[in-house]
Design a protein around this ligand. Structure first.
Ligand code: C5P
Length: 237
């Protein structure tokens, strides 16, 4: 069975406050998008990688990705639109498709392999999750505490039976153009049309690099990996 990954890197990353798109921000020896693609390929579980890139910066992405075996496609106005564009470029022989945020650049390869394994075991939509460590309140209407033990934080890569993911995106296509209406991830699109969603263990290192502080955390994680090559499973050793 062919396995493909769509790595979404077409966002502006304005919350990072950098002049370059977020996925080109460097941590350690390489831009975020390069770390993300390397981890997907290092899993040994993925045959093809498609990267969605911002149209204004397509040449810069092509340059940093040139040493890696990937196909670049121009993304859309929202993450959902970018995923749809990436999915359209996935080779026909791929029956399993992962969708992964370049912003989750330090996702361990074993998480990628775990997600692919769950899809190959017959789960049509798979999301890696981690526990919620903060206390949480709902603020719609009356402010009410929510029991965090019932919640998990969703990460990527999310993994899919290709046909299920394609159906979910077709069903939601009308929402894709508008930030605020578009989906922020892909298992939510599957759940919306009744496709069952399964969870596997994610990893704290798969944090989404969004704010300037996250770059500091990412630099520290990489530095720790360089000095402690094998860390304890499931944690940030
Ligand atoms: O903006 P946010 O951090 O939620 O974006 C999540 C991921 O989706 C990032 O890796 C970003 O590059 C990607 N994205 C995209 N196309 C967009 C917006 C975001 O590929 N239009």
């Amino acid at each position: 069975v062919g396995v493909a990954a769509v790595v979404t890197a077409a966002g502006s990353g304005s919350r990072l406050g950098l002049a370059v798109p977020k996925a080109l921000a460097r941590v350690g020896d390489a831009p975020l998008v390069v770390h993300a693609v390397r981890a997907v390929q290092a899993s040994g579980a993925v045959d093809h990688v498609v990267v969605t890139v911002p149209v204004q910066h397509r040449d810069a992405f092509a340059e940093v990705l040139a040493p890696l075996d990937v196909v670049c496609v121009v993304g859309g106005p929202t993450r959902q639109a970018s995923v749809a564009a990436g999915l359209a470029a996935v080779p026909a022989d791929a029956r399993v498709v992962l969708v992964h945020d370049a912003a989750r650049a330090l996702t361990p390869p074993e998480v990628v392999a775990r997600v692919v394994g769950a899809v190959l075991d017959g789960h049509p939509a798979v999301v890696p999750v981690v526990p919620v460590t903060d206390s949480v309140v709902s603020v719609v209407g009356e402010v009410r505490p929510v029991d965090r033990t019932t919640l998990r934080v969703s990460q990527t890569p999310q993994g899919f039976d290709r046909d299920a993911l394609a159906r979910a995106h077709r069903a939601a296509a009308a929402r894709a153009a508008t930030e605020g209406e578009a989906a922020t991830d892909d298992v939510s699109l599957c759940a919306a049309i009744g496709i069952p969603v399964s969870v596997v263990d994610g990893h704290l290192d798969a944090l989404k690099i969004t704010l300037p502080v996250d770059l500091v955390v990412a630099e520290s994680l990489l530095a720790a990996r360089a000095t402690v090559p094998s860390e304890a499973p499931g944690g940030r050793a």
